[in-house]
Design a binder for this molecule. Structure first.
Ligand SMILES: Cc1ncc(COP(=O)(O)O)c(C=O)c1O
Length: 436
């Protein structure tokens, strides 16, 4: 008997053009020449300090490497816990919580497609790129969309929204809590929700970058749908998201007249898996396990301690940035803490700056969607002192190298002083202090 040596089907080194074993079928294409992943990825991972995705903790990474039966008993237990922990994070004991196999945008689309019928009226509060995306999704389901474009760098005023509600009588209002693109925070969200409720209008809130980084009380504020992604405040992986529907929203979904053109995003079908222990589609089990771990860490930390960690980290970084001579894009009154927008000094090219921070300092920060800014994320694991110091140093030193007039030592000492001062303002356990 002759034994032939097994041959790799894929030529795996660049330059090695190899060919597939001769199957006799001349119409088959040959496999492409592929580099090893290790040749593509950097030797030392970049510190992800942009607008997301953010670094993930070890238990989340570990959970993400496990595959289990999507309909077995273990998964049923995991799903029950994900819903229980999400109820805490959304601050709602009555919300219907559904996971979505998809990015934050898929969760946005699930909320929009299920709660808006063709010819319904939708009032969209637009502070930038992602709030505009909600309006575009509403257009696509055939709703009549009224866009309120908020002036650049400003949050929306509740009184203005009340007037718009009065004037247009919308069925649904869409709004972002934090607009990642413009780094604006809609602080008057509770008042806006209260006004919408008085007009019988459902409220959809995009909390993709803010959930678990700052207060959001779904039930107390009367929000009807909250959307979040995994890869930002929750410090999980991208690609598995959550939507929470209020009882009012769920009634609207159940009693809608128009058939839904979406299948994967049909909330009633998704409910089969999330509440009925049965099949809708094969759930992204590893991503749900990762989300479980991310939520568990939020619950372990508790929301008040987590909000404090985010605020302390972000406010200290903002103070450091200003102390070194740079300007923040949005005034403190309207500013988002979860993503910080930094105005580019004159003559500094954003692309050059980002390249320098990543190649020389191994820190990744984000560019913008048109505004003359770069952005540093302050979500989840990004809000750890060691990460904040490293991000600030990378930004300051890169700008210095590019000829900008920045006082990096002054910024550093301000950052350090603010972190120390803000530490005092909440009773944290020693363990929480150490991790902060
Ligand atoms: C506020 C906000 N909404 C929605 C999204 C969309 O999320 P995804 O890119 O996961 O679809 C993002 C992403 O950056 C966001 O920041």
């Amino acid at each position: 008997m002759t034994i032939t040596k097994a041959r790799s089907a894929l030529p795996i080194k660049s330059g090695d053009s190899g060919s597939a074993p001769d199957s006799g079928d001349r119409s088959l294409q040959t496999p492409p020449s592929i580099r090893m992943l290790s040749d593509i990825l950097p030797d030392e991972p970049l510190l992800m300090m942009g607008a997301g995705p953010v670094p993930i903790p070890a238990p989340v990474a570990h959970a993400n490497s496990i595959v289990i039966n999507h309909l077995g008993d273990a998964m049923v237990n995991v799903v029950e816990q994900v819903k229980a922990m999400s109820s805490y994070v959304f601050q709602s004991s009555t919300a219907r919580i559904l996971g979505v196999a998809g990015p934050g945008s898929a969760a946005m689309e699930m909320a929009i497609a299920n709660l808006l019928e063709p010819d319904d009226k939708c009032l969209s509060i637009c502070n930038g790129y992602f709030s505009q995306r909600l309006a575009q999704m509403a257009d696509r389901v055939g709703a009549e969309v009224v866009r309120h474009i908020v002036p650049e760098c400003e949050s929306v005023n509740a009184e203005v929204v009340r007037e718009l509600l009065q004037k247009h009588s919308p069925d649904v209002l869409t709004i972002v809590q934090g607009e990642t693109s413009s780094t604006v925070c809609n602080r008057e969200l509770p008042e806006i929700c209260e006004a919408a409720r008085a007009f019988g209008c459902l409220v959809i809130v995009d909390a993709v970058c803010t959930l678990s980084t700052m207060p959001l009380q779904m039930e107390a504020w009367g929000i009807d749908a909250v959307i979040t992604g995994g890869q930002k405040g929750l410090s999980s992986i991208p690609g598995v998201s959550l939507v929470a529907f209020s009882e009012r929203a769920w009634t609207k979904r159940r009693t809608r007249k128009a058939a839904l053109s979406h299948w994967c995003l049909d909330a009633q079908l998704a409910d089969r898996f999330w509440y009925g222990k049965s099949y809708h589609y094969t759930a992204p089990v590893s991503g749900v396990l990762a989300l479980h771990e991310a939520l568990r860490l939020v619950c372990q930390e508790t929301l008040p301690a987590r909000f404090h960690r985010h605020r302390r980290s972000s406010r200290s970084l903002q103070a450091g940035i200003e102390a070194c001579g740079l300007q923040l894009y949005v005034n403190s009154e309207h500013r988002l803490d979860s993503v910080i927008g930094i105005s580019l000094p004159e003559k500094v090219d954003a692309a050059e700056l980002l390249k320098l921070t990543s190649t020389r300092y191994r820190v990744e920060i984000s560019g913008s969607f048109g505004a003359p800014i770069v952005r540093i994320g302050q979500m989840g694991e990004q809000c750890r002192s060691h990460n904040v110091f490293r991000a600030f140093h990378a930004l300051g030193s890169s700008l210095s190298s590019l000829g900008a007039d920045v006082d990096v030592p002054e910024g550093m000492s301000t950052l350090e002083r603010c972190l120390a001062e803000l530490e005092l303002s909440l009773d944290l356990s020693d363990e929480q202090k150490q991790r902060a």
